[in-house]
Design a protein. Structure first.
Ligand SMILES: Cc1cc2nc3c(=O)[nH]c(=O)nc-3n(C[C@H](O)[C@H](O)[C@H](O)COP(=O)(O)OP(=O)(O)OC[C@H]3O[C@@H](n4cnc5c(N)ncnc54)[C@H](O)[C@@H]3O)c2cc1C
Length: 225
């Protein structure tokens, strides 16, 4: 909301519609309109791969469901930073509660799964891992939960940022695989520099360009949770 407020203050116009496809001249909207644009930034999160496919571009980004569990304990364990267990289970404080989650097992992580919380992940994966690590969490009780889609880059689980090598007006900012909030200020600045100056000025994000995908050179992110 803060980013949106500031962007509006700086003159950004928000259009409530859906992009059906894009081409070298701009984007076509679902309600029939068209926006002409010299630069199009593809930042459609989990749906980026689908939007790209409708425009004839292969982009390995798809929605992958992740469940988050809010839990309470009888006695707080003291200082509890964000902690990631080697199994992939993680937890951290959230107000007077804690939240935690895990990565579904290989083979049980289909693209576009409905946003239904996978309670068996708590029973079989999250609780055993956190209770084994923090004695106070043995008494953890789930008080709330939700599910969301990661914008999962199936190629190397890292952001895809920068210009398409052939479609000059197309810029990617997607595929962050569940880490996009923390990376968004830097990515926003880098993409703005590409549009305004034609090149990166502060951070060189060229290693994260689309070219690595066509060249088969992954920069594998090993710390995806
Ligand atoms: C359970 C869960 C926990 C997470 N935890 C963290 C965390 O701790 N730290 C962190 O950094 N990140 C976390 N993330 C990831 C983070 O939410 C994403 O990386 C981030 O939101 C990506 O931002 P984005 O702007 O690229 O995409 P999104 O936030 O997904 O926004 C994409 C936007 O594009 C719009 N859109 C899609 N298709 C179209 C279309 N055809 N036309 C027009 N608009 C379209 C959507 O409506 C949406 O508004 C988590 C994600 C989940 C699901």
């Amino acid at each position: 909301q803060a980013f949106r407020r500031k962007a509006r203050e700086l003159g950004v116009a928000y259009v409530a519609d859906e992009v059906v496809s894009f081409d070298s001249g701009g984007v076509t909207l679902k309600q029939g309109g068209r926006l002409e644009a010299r630069a199009v930034v593809l930042a459609a999160g989990p749906w980026s791969g689908a939007v790209a496919a409708r425009s004839g571009i292969a982009l390995p980004v798809e929605p992958r469901r992740r469940s988050v569990f809010v839990f309470d304990v009888r006695e707080a364990p003291g200082l509890t930073p964000l902690t990631i267990d080697p199994s992939g289970t993680w937890f951290r404080p959230e107000g007077r509660f804690y939240i935690g989650g895990t990565t579904p097992v290989e083979g049980n992580d289909p693209a576009g799964a409905p946003l239904e919380v996978q309670h068996e992940e708590w029973d079989e994966m999250v609780w055993p891992a956190i209770a084994g690590r923090v004695p106070a969490f043995e008494a953890a009780k789930v008080v709330n939960s939700w599910a969301g889609h990661y914008e999962y880059n199936t190629f190397d689980q890292n952001g895809i940022v920068g210009r398409h090598p052939e479609r000059e007006n197309l810029i990617f900012a997607t595929g962050f695989s569940g880490h996009g909030i923390q990376q968004s200020p830097a990515v926003g600045r880098a993409v703005a520099e590409l549009i305004v100056h034609g090149s990166y000025r502060t951070l060189d994000l060229s290693p994260f360009g689309y070219e690595r995908i066509s060249a088969g050179r992954p920069i594998r992110e090993l710390n995806v949770v």
